[in-house]
Design a protein around this ligand. Structure first.
Ligand code: 5GP
Ligand code: ZN
Length: 114
């Protein structure tokens, strides 16, 4: 999508600190980290939000969770634990209209979220 921030990051038009990439997903460090480790994982193919997940495109969501486990192991916080978050829509707090999963780790995370 021409005017999508995360499509531009995936395409390299906007710089990012990449931590992982394969044919399906791209992962990079959040610009405003909320934890010592805060990584954003996105499908390379544009999808606006979790509302657009269907039987035809849901395989990429598995790829995102595979990437999260790999990244957590590589960065060394898998054993201590982490959180994977998807914010969907206005009430969910989504601010970028390209589906993304936050991978947060490196500290003890509180529950429930605000
Ligand atoms: P949301 O609030 O939509 O769930 O998450 C969007 C996330 O993207 C936020 O945590 C925000 O800090 C991050 N973000 C927004 N713009 C940029 C950017 O240009 N580069 C990077 N690396 N992260 C961004
Ligand atoms: Zn996009």
């Amino acid at each position: 999508m021409a005017d999508c921030l995360f499509c531009k990051i995936v395409g390299g038009e906007i710089p990012s600190t990449k931590v992982f990439e394969d044919d399906y997903v791209y992962a990079f460090r959040d610009i405003e980290p909320q934890a010592p480790e805060h990584i954003i994982i996105v499908p390379k193919k544009h999808m606006a939000s979790a509302n657009e997940i269907t039987a035809d495109n849901s395989a990429v969501i598995g790829k995102i969770f595979e990437a999260a486990a790999k990244i957590a192991k590589e960065l060394g916080f898998a054993e201590k634990g982490y959180r994977i978050v998807n914010n969907c829509g206005e009430d969910g707090g989504q601010t970028v209209g390209h589906i993304h999963f936050h991978l947060l780790g490196g500290r003890s995370l509180q529950w429930p979220p605000g």
